[in-house]
Design a protein around this ligand. Structure first.
Ligand SMILES: [Zn+2]
Length: 230
């Protein structure tokens, strides 16, 4: 089943506010240059007499929508199994940065209210790159100074809508401060605003990253005062 952004993730549920912002994992999908490719193949098949259909997945841990672990850029740091689960689930803000190029720098964050925001997902023109075949080099990243600003403001998770948050320096600033880097989001059609984030990376022992299923749910609108229980 393929779920486009904006569609309900679970059949039978009518929760139209639930958004799947993970990219589809499939051979031929854009992969970071130099990273392992992806194969997803049926290796046992009922049609061929096997008792069950069984497939084999081979790919790098930074494939598609994924999180980075501290040891991705910091030798000796913890792996992905160490990530604080409480950073992966909770209120998140989708912030649109429409004009940043080639990087989200400090000036792009002027006027962005970061106080009290623990999880921030940047929606840029990157999301449109998913429409193009193959890896796209001209994606928007986060500049190191902006990464420092995010760290100092208390952000615990930073998401970006293509395959990297930025340079090695940007990674080291974020990962070194214990900030989860969530990469490869597809935020096409996702309105800026407040959501509940559900990010479930695979529990890969010691790995420097892990593919993740990521869902957003619009935060319930606050009921008018006269409808609230007293
Ligand atoms: Zn990564």
């Amino acid at each position: 089943m393929t779920i486009a952004p904006g569609e309900a993730a679970f059949p039978g549920e009518s929760d139209e506010d639930l958004l799947d912002v993970s990219v589809v994992v499939t051979p031929g999908m854009p992969i970071w240059e130099g990273d392992p490719g992806l194969t997803l193949e049926r290796v046992m098949s009922i049609a061929d007499g096997a008792l069950a259909n069984v497939s084999e997945l081979c790919c790098g841990v930074h494939t598609g929508t994924h999180v980075d672990a501290p040891n991705h850029f910091i030798e000796g740091a913890p792996g992905v199994e160490s990530l604080d689960l409480s950073a992966l689930i909770g209120p998140a803000s989708v912030i649109e940065i429409p004009r940043a190029s080639p990087a989200i720098d400090v000036s792009a964050l002027v006027g962005v209210q970061l106080a009290g925001i623990e999880r921030v997902l940047f929606r840029t023109r990157n999301s449109e790159l998913w429409q193009r075949p193959g890896f796209q080099r001209d994606h928007i990243v986060i500049a190191p100074e902006a990464a420092r600003l995010l760290v100092s403001s208390g952000v615990r998770l930073v998401g970006i809508d293509y395959l990297s948050v930025g340079s090695p320096e940007t990674h080291r600033i974020l990962l070194g401060a214990g900030v989860v880097c969530l990469e490869g989001l597809d935020l096409q059609g996702v309105e800026p605003g407040r959501y509940d984030l559900f990010c479930g990376p695979l529990r890969l022992d010691g790995a420097d990253g892990a593919p993740a299923r990521v869902l957003l749910r619009k935060r319930a609108k606050v009921a008018p005062a006269h409808e609230r229980p007293q």
